[in-house]
Design a protein around this ligand. Structure first.
Ligand code: C2E
Ligand code: MG
Ligand code: MG
Length: 593
């Protein structure tokens, strides 16, 4: 069998030659063995007596020892005993070389821990075969040990090794009261999308790049204390990484590491043909909270990471015990949501958007409601973020659109002129980033017979900021198909006026917070006036959201705000109630009040 074919599975290329230490008092044997082993990939060093041999073994840490049994002052069995007594040397395989034919000698050698034996005189081929076989076996064992502890994709410690190190650190806190460490749980915010849309190979390259950045960022500089072990960067699986920061007296040191890591992980990744960006969310927990088990500490770091995601991603959160309850509730809701999708637990309500001058209903905004059989009515403010996180929103949004289109067309048939002109539908940030959005949307319009120019899609400014790259192209495409676009909740985020110019909006919806302030003083109404003037110059219709009082309505009318929406005009109504409202609007909306 060739040396190449003898390599075990998982064999690493470019290995160092194996080091063989020969302990033999006969120097001619030294030259003979060295010459015989020349043709295989080993490096031979020699010693002439037991003490020199053991000393040499301590400094060189050979992969194999060839031990002459008949040494002048001692026997191979005794040397074996001395080797096995030193922990650092006990694992090195030993081949005993002997001229003895006696069975007791061989038995004693094997009992003493020899891996194999070779009878003098020996041939080159025999020596090479024995040496090679012991080295291969030794390497295979080492490789299997390595594979059990290393993540094969990134070369980082895996979950098993992380557990061992974490548990060792926890045990250390019990021995040394002054010792502390921190655990960081890192998850990538867009990994799944990148992996699904660009393929697993790109996903794998991204993970390798991330591992490299983590390694580089933590190298040396975070080994703060002199006797610290240094940071452990491990990959748990998927896009989850864990860092153990050793010798961290308090949480502030871990926080500064997180603050340094976040921008470095956010910088774009060059992966061959693709350049991708992905921020990270980091959960941090400190050993000071008193842990006995590695699993408990990892779980809390994971909970803190979820909190960071809920706070808007690309940030860190430090674990606090009350987060546990919040996560439990969230999980409960997440499971209930999974079960509810596609059932009649969801129903739709419609809120009129009304002309403040003529009081005519211009459009309706469809809003989804969830009534859970046990948990009762759950607000979209609570469940939409969970539906987004789990991407269940994609199916939910399709259901909402399909049902609302049917309803809208039915009104057109039944109400004639009194029917709304447009159906306003909220778009989620997840839909905005979904490459299949336009296909899904147009297939529902086709299926229901809904004309594209009857649809108005509402997006918020923060969504646009998050998806700047795709948004321009996407909104342009929707617009070309005749769909109207509304900017929702203007005034809550950046309120960037450039955003209004940059994208082809038709409608600007001013957030309730601005409407509320309009009756509070001249400064606020001047602000709204400025926004309206700008919108008018850009050819946008303005809707004031959240009109609740007569005072607000009067002020808005004085400012000549064209459209309004709010509880004063009408609460969101179920389809039937909306129909009655259309046929017999409330006294207020008819201008009777
Ligand atoms: P939004 O798009 O800004 O919708 C307006 C919200 O303001 C609705 O809350 C509505 O009930 C509420 N509202 C209307 N008039 C008044 C008022 O006079 N006073 C007050 N205090 N509130 C008023 P809702 O239905 O709870 O929805 C909250 C948010 O959830 C929506 O904000 C929207 O972002 C999201 N959402 C609701 N339904 C859907 C949906 O089907 N898809 C998506 N993607 N998001 C939805
Ligand atoms: Mg809206
Ligand atoms: Mg809104």
């Amino acid at each position: 069998m060739s040396a190449e074919r003898r390599k075990p599975v998982g064999w690493q290329e470019a290995q160092q030659p194996a080091r063989v230490l020969l302990i033999d008092d006969d120097v001619t044997i030294h030259s003979l063995v060295t010459a015989m082993l020349k043709s295989i990939d080993v490096q031979v060093t020699c010693a002439t007596d037991a003490s020199a041999g053991i000393e040499r073994a301590m400094t060189d840490r050979p992969d194999l020892i060839l031990l002459d049994h008949e040494l002048p002052d001692t026997t191979g069995v005794e040397v074996l005993a001395r080797l096995k007594a030193v922990p650092q040397l006990a694992g090195i395989p030993v081949i005993v070389v002997t001229a003895s034919e006696r069975r007791e000698v061989l038995t004693a050698c094997f009992a003493g821990g020899a891996s194999d034996y070779l009878r003098k005189p020996f041939f080159g081929a025999e020596l090479r075969a024995r040496v090679q076989s012991v080295i291969d076996r030794q390497r295979m064992v080492a490789e299997l040990g390595r594979a059990a502890h290393v993540d094969s994709l990134t070369g980082l410690p895996n979950r098993t090794l992380l557990h061992l190190r974490l548990q060792a650190a926890i045990d250390r806190t019990a021995e040394r009261p002054d010792y502390g460490f921190a655990v960081m749980f890192i998850d990538f915010d867009r990994f799944k999308i990148i992996n699904d849309s660009l393929g697993h190979e790109v996903g794998d390259s991204l993970l390798r790049e991330i591992a490299q950045r983590l390694r580089e960022n933590l190298r040396a500089q975070d080994t703060i204390a002199r006797d610290a072990v240094g940071p452990t960067v491990a990959r748990l699986g998927g896009d989850e990484f864990v860092i153990v920061l050793d010798e961290i007296a308090d949480i502030s040191m871990a926080v500064s590491v997180a603050e340094r890591l976040l921008p470095s992980l956010e910088a774009s990744y060059d992966l061959g043909e693709h350049t991708v960006r992905s921020s990270a969310s980091i959960g941090i927990v400190h050993s000071g909270a008193g842990y006995d088990l590695a699993d408990d500490m990892l779980r809390d770091a994971d909970i803190a990471m979820y909190e960071a995601k809920a706070r808007g991603r690309n940030c860190y959160a430090v674990f606090t015990p009350f987060m546990r309850e919040a996560v439990r509730n969230r999980l409960r809701l997440e499971n209930a949501l999974r079960d509810a999708i596609g059932t009649d637990q969801f129903y739709l309500v419609y809120q009129p958007i009304v002309s403040l001058a003529t009081r005519r209903m211009e459009s309706v905004e469809v809003l989804v409601r969830w009534r859970h059989p046990e948990l009762g009515l759950i607000s979209p403010v609570e469940f939409i973020p969970i539906a987004e996180e789990t991407r269940l929103i994609l199916q939910l949004a399709d259901d909402v659109l399909r049902r609302a289109c049917h309803q809208f067309l039915e009104w057109r048939d039944r109400l004639g002129d009194a029917a709304p002109n447009y159906l306003s539908v909220n778009l989620s940030r997840v839909q905005l980033a979904d490459p299949s959005l336009t296909d899904r949307l147009f297939s529902i319009l086709e299926e229901t017979g809904m004309p594209a120019d009857g649809i108005q899609l509402e997006v918020t400014e923060s969504q646009l900021m998050q998806h700047r790259g795709v948004a321009t192209e996407l909104l342009g495409r929707l617009k070309r198909h005749g769909i109207r676009l509304a900017m929702d909740d203007f005034g809550t985020g950046y309120s960037s006026l450039s955003c209004l110019q940059e994208y082809p909006f038709d409608v600007l919806k001013v957030d309730r917070a601005l409407t509320e302030n309009v009756s509070r003083g001249r400064g606020y109404s001047a602000l709204l006036h400025a926004v309206m003037t700008l919108a008018e110059n850009l050819g946008l219709d303005v809707v004031a959201e959240g009109i609740e009082t007569m005072e607000q309505l009067v002020m808005l009318q004085a400012l000549e705000c064209p459209l309004g929406q709010g509880y004063l005009l009408s609460r969101p109504l179920e389809a039937e109630a909306l129909e009655s409202w259309c046929l017999e609007p409330s006294p207020l909306a008819t201008g009777a009040l």
